[in-house]
Design a protein. Structure first.
Length: 300
């Protein structure tokens, strides 16, 4: 992130908002501790994918910082699906654990949906179980998927009310695109938007995007959203996390979003940077779901 961001452009600071989510959680966690409850999160990691290891480690660290109980269960890539289902069933029955996540991607011989279906919906802190997906769709309380929930929190913090606005979501994945669209279309506070979902087969993508008061990019390709696709004064939420080669950095790469930030930002009223925008919110909302799940399961 660099360059000439217009003075009128608000940079949405995901790190700060995530901090404020964690601050609010601390009081809740203290209350639960007084009632003898320590929320517990179990992460199951199958195989040795480096990105998955990094994600799981940072989730465990986030638990530690908030004094939540956490377990990481590591298994080699060649364990059987039945073995994994056995682990999930044990965690379902474990009273110390209120949140279960099975880190994706799973090895090719496993069926992700069967594993998701095996998780007790009350402990499904990723919000991927079809029960929770259904509850989200009909606007009933359940566990919301972390990244879309984090986007709503960002908008709320910056008092960007989607009500009556044209929202265009680019991307239709089950973890970001579809759920954020489903949340923002609800007849509910911080929703009531008119939502369009675009994807790789959308005709005239630039024209569709230009209609957006709030443009949400969840694509996974750098620089897909260019200056000509964004209306003056729009709010842009960049969910993408992409590695691009950069020999000037120690690691040889840097992280960028899906939006050509330097060119697009000056046109926006507000925009999320990458890194430091949506990313920090995802883990914060995972912590929030774990605390919420513990409170609901224990009735405290
Ligand atoms: P995904 O499952 O690969 O979905 C990408 C979507 O983008 C698909 O719907 C695809 O269309 C669409 N698409 C691809 N190229 C396009 C193009 N040129 N024009 C319009 N649409 C296009 O990805 P995802 O899991 O939703 O993740 C998206 C990005 O968000 C990734 O970079 C991921 O790393 C990042 N992410 C970040 C967080 C976070 O915490 N910050 C969390 C989750 C994901 P089709 O359906 O037609 O193929």
């Amino acid at each position: 992130m660099s360059g000439s961001v217009g003075e009128k452009t608000q940079i949405i600071d995901g790190k700060e908002v995530a901090k404020s989510v964690r601050r609010a959680l601390k009081d809740r966690i203290k209350g639960l501790a007084a009632a003898g409850v320590t929320p517990g999160l179990a992460a199951v990691l199958v195989g040795d994918d480096p990105a998955s290891q990094t994600y799981v480690n940072s989730k465990a660290r986030a638990c530690e910082k908030l004094k939540l109980y956490s377990e990481v269960i590591r298994r080699p890539a060649d364990i059987s699906q039945d073995e994994l289902l056995g682990i999930v069933n044990d965690l379902n029955a474990n009273d110390q654990i209120h949140g279960i996540l099975v880190q994706s991607p799973l090895p090719k011989h496993m069926d992700e949906l069967s594993v998701t279906l095996a998780i007790d919906p009350a402990k499904d802190v990723d919000g991927f179980h079809p029960f929770n997906v259904g509850m989200m769709l009909i606007g009933r309380p359940g566990l919301l998927p972390c990244t879309p929930h984090g986007i709503v929190k960002l908008l709320e913090h910056y008092e960007i009310d989607p009500s009556g606005k044209q929202v265009v979501v680019v991307g239709r994945s089950n973890i970001v695109g579809k759920p954020i669209a489903a949340i923002l279309v609800q007849k509910a506070p911080m929703a009531n938007a008119t939502v369009t979902i675009a994807h790789s087969r959308t005709a005239n993508l630039a024209e569709v995007c230009r209609r957006a008061d709030i443009l949400i990019a969840a694509i996974g390709r750098p620089d897909t959203i260019t200056e000509d696709m964004v209306r003056e004064g729009a709010v842009v939420i960049d969910v993408g996390v992409n590695r691009v080669d950069d020999s000037s950095t120690e690691k040889g790469y840097r992280l960028v979003g899906d939006v050509d930030f330097d060119k697009v930002a000056p046109k926006c009223s507000a925009i999320t940077p990458v890194p430091g925008g949506v990313g920090p919110m995802t883990i914060a909302m995972l912590m929030s779901n774990t605390v919420e799940a513990a409170a609901r399961i224990t009735g405290k």
